[in-house]
Design a protein around this ligand. Sequence first.
Ligand code: AMP
Length: 187
Amino acid sequence: MRIVLMGPPGAGKGTQAIVVAENLGIPHISTGDIFRANLKDGTSLGIEAKKYMDAGEYVPDTITNGMVADRLSQADAANGFLLDGYPRTVDQVHALNGILAQSELAIDSVVEITANTDEVVARLLNRAKEQGRADDTEDVIRRRMEVYAEQTAPLTDVYSDQGVLVKVDGMGSVDEVSSRIMAALRG
Ligand code: AMP
């Protein structure tokens, strides 16, 4: 299965991505995790990405698309994957379609996790305390939500038109939400 998981910052996307990928036996590919790993290793990609991440802005598509193309060409992604946090722009949707089309493949399902904004901000502030992420300050959280609304929310219309979008309520326990996602994927 080739799956995309979408949802606003703080909707529990990263947590659910790990559980669902594990259940389905496919790799979990998070562009945010790849950027953070590069940053930790001090690579030029990581240093470049940090400028945008710290401000709550998106890393430019040219950087992100190349990185994803590279990751999807690895052997473990040949029979399926769960993308977490990608695509996030219309340009990235086209890039992903192009990468998959080379192998006559396509995305099977796009899961949108929906969440209440106040709840989401509270969750993110809590994560900031627990994990100390540089992009979890209140100002940056607000900016990330704006950027999501402007650039990523419109993608759901694109995927809905393609007939691959399923919406899942992200409110509730981790188990409740992952059960909903698994049920939605089974159709
Ligand atoms: P995440 O862990 O998915 O919340 O991503 C953390 C940050 O990494 C985002 O706020 C962006 O700055 C950057 N990032 C992750 N994925 C993408 C993407 N698909 N396009 C652009 N920037 C991204």
